[in-house]
Write a protein that binds this ligand. Structure first.
Ligand SMILES: C[S@@+](CC[C@H](N)C(=O)[O-])C[C@H]1O[C@@H](n2cnc3c(N)ncnc32)[C@H](O)[C@@H]1O
Length: 280
């Protein structure tokens, strides 16, 4: 007869375990998103996924666990909602059809590459063999107003996050997916821009997850590499709650120099107690 498994070792006020949600992992969106929801959003919560896309995020979430309101500005043909969810087409995440403070959680995952925001649909990134990528990740139309390039990416996030701050109830969670990018040969740290931007709306950045893709990113026509090729993305979790911490710092302001330490006379130092104690 085999002995029954030992119960988990108890520590003061908890249980010793390695089964914890960690901040970085290699894997896919669906696995990590399900973990993030389980950690940060209680069952029964009303959740709006306002950039539903193909609904990949929801593939590992137990159906019926949340009241899901799924929408997208341009739903993909044939996309269906998970069991019990509502699915609405033609909803712009910058102007949501929800009352103030109506939601417990909002999920935002707009196109994160500047190549998806061009004045002409013919100039959008993702042509030829990458057309499926564009179909899945963008709405396929031109961006005919507002800023250009990387600033167009941030402009959409900014307006959608303002809307999220309006429709979330106090204590509600905003889950934002993003990826940094090199645009016009400059490194643009989208996740930093989002953290500082959303904090300025009065939300608290409660958690940050790094997702590393399991396969190597392919590069066509590489000449000389200048920046590391991105193979990671982020999920940021904000809480609609004011806290006394901010992620913005200003190191350029000179701080007054510290007053000089009092100097002991030399004769006292030579004979004083403890001198050289640590030199043995
Ligand atoms: C990266 S995909 C989302 C993928 C999705 N999270 C999934 O799990 O399949 C981006 C989506 O944002 C949508 N989108 C782009 N601009 C939008 C806007 N202004 N309002 C709402 N949805 C938008 C696109 O149609 C596309 O489906």
């Amino acid at each position: 007869m085999t002995a029954p498994p030992a119960p988990p070792r108890r520590t003061q006020g908890g249980v010793a375990t390695a089964d914890v949600v960690v901040s970085a992992r290699v894997g896919d969106n669906a696995e990590l998103f399900a973990q993030i929801l389980a950690l940060h959003v209680p069952a029964g919560a009303t959740v709006a996924d306002v950039t539903f896309g193909l609904g990949v995020f929801w593939r590992r979430v137990p159906p019926g666990r949340y009241r899901l309101l799924a929408s997208d500005i341009a739903l993909k043909p044939g996309v269906t909602a998970p069991l019990g969810a509502t699915l609405t087409d033609g909803v712009d995440c910058r102007a949501l059809p929800y009352e103030d403070a109506a939601l417990d959680c909002l999920v935002l995952d707009p196109p994160y590459m500047e190549g998806m925001y061009r004045r002409s649909a013919d100039h959008l990134a993702g042509s030829g063999t990458h057309a499926a990528f564009r179909r899945a990740y963008a709405h396929g139309g031109a961006t005919d107003d507002g800023p250009k390039w990387h600033d167009a990416v941030i402009d959409l996030y900014e307006r959608a996050c303002r809307e999220a701050a309006r429709v979330l109830a106090p204590g509600g969670a905003l889950i934002v997916k993003c990826q940094d990018e090199v645009s016009a040969n400059k490194q643009r740290l989208t996740h930093v821009e989002l953290i500082t931007g959303v904090e300025s709306l009065g939300l608290y950045c409660k958690d940050l997850f790094v997702l590393v893709r399991p396969n190597s990113p392919g590069v066509s026509r590489l000449k000389a590499q200048v920046h590391a090729r991105k193979n990671h993305s982020y999920f940021l979790v904000f809480e609609k709650r004011r806290v006394g911490v901010r992620s913005t710092r200003d190191f350029s302001r000179a701080t007054p120099p510290a007053p000089p330490a009092p100097v002991a006379p030399i004769d006292k130092l030579a004979s004083g107690p403890g001198r050289g104690d640590n030199c043995a």
